[in-house]
Ligand binder design. Sequence first.
Ligand code: CA
Length: 493
Amino acid sequence: MLHKAIGIGLLSLLNLAHAGPSKPNILFIMADDHSKNAISCYGNKDIQTPGLDRLADGGMRFEHALTPNSFCTPARAAVLTGKYSHRNGVTHLNQEFDGSQRTFPKLLQAAGYATALFGKWHLLSEPTGFDHYCVMKMQGMAQDPTVWEKGETWVAWSPKDRKSAFKGGRKLIGYNNDVMTDEALGWIKNRDQTKPFCLLLHPKPPHAPYSPAKRYEDFLKDVVISEPATLLDDYEGRTPAAIAETMRSNRLLLGPPWQQLRKQLEKQNPGISRDELTRAIYQDYIKGYYRLVMGVDDNITRVLDYLEQSGLDQNTLVIYTSDQGFSLGEHGFYNKQWMYEPALHQPLIVRYPSKIKAGSVHESMVNHVDLAPTLLDFAGLPIPDDMQGYSLKPILEGRAEKVRDASYYHFYSHGENNLPEMIGVRTAEYKLIHYPGMDDAYQWELFDLKRDPDEMRNLYGNPEYSEVLEQMESELKLLIQSVGDPVKAPKLM
Ligand code: CA
């Protein structure tokens, strides 16, 4: 009898050890300004990103993961809350997030998860819902960044006082993303192992400045990088007022980071054309950007190695994404803030070996507001009714083909740089963009994404597309109503 009892006891212990905690660990990695087109598994031929490719090989890669508002602060708030900007209260850059509202880390923490946040925050108020945080305030330094941690008095940055927030903190010595990853891995190692964990790791790169890790300073130095087909876009037929000469924060030719280079080129080559200047600036820009991407990818490899070595890889759901996409020279741009495809799309890769088929690729549209519901769903928690996204768990488990037919976008004007407000809808085939602040003739853009994936021909007003336009206007109207956005789009109301 005794022998039998011990046998059963051992068996149950073994079963327990084998089963592990019932809820998955979550490792949520969100980089800053990472275009999916700068990742080799997404088709980039200029660089290799073995870390991200390895993640995609083991899970699902989304071709059409869209941001609802292509700017750092608002996009981050949408991810945390599962709500669009008008509902989570963060519509603009550098706007303070109301930390008393419900976020997915807060709900996971309440359900018994150990929660932590490392890296770039950019939501101004003190992070809430985390057992521990270790973040840079605002942009953070590329080298030897200062971090603020839980327990220290938090002073939020504000435009009226740009200094007090940066007092105190702890300086980490080394390249930003390397040392932040060290800190995050240290937290996993020392965590409370009786609980599942949810770790948010937010790399600063490939956000500017283009100061890479030392090991990448000469990367691609003597290589000529291929140019995107639309690098020398003249914007004819679209909304010229939206792409004004004053809009310095998007066009390579006018971009502040390259004005010194431009002056130097103009001095050395009298009469150099604007196109030639754009091409030369593009080479400088894209190499700087890729050098930062390599530093992101190295640390993905380190994290994946650690998960495997520690045996955590099987029960950890790993997500890689970015707050928004980025233009890699398409339309002569280098930034985000548009509703055009490069800024609208971010990478999204999800790996969870027991549930998600390795090496799968998903084509239908998903949105940043879907991430919070998805993570709650995987943790077995109810999704609050006021979250506006859809759980992607059925897609990830191969049980559903899509969660939406149309995706909503609302970018709020950003004054200093003359960036116009945009309200739009994208379906699998078409995109309609409304610029409420533009003159009547330039208020609308309609694109046929199948025939014109580079979005070079505005079809608004084209009689062949009158039915499509009607459908898209009605889609947009429906979306404005269903997400409850209090916008005024006269033609639609
Ligand atoms: Ca960003």
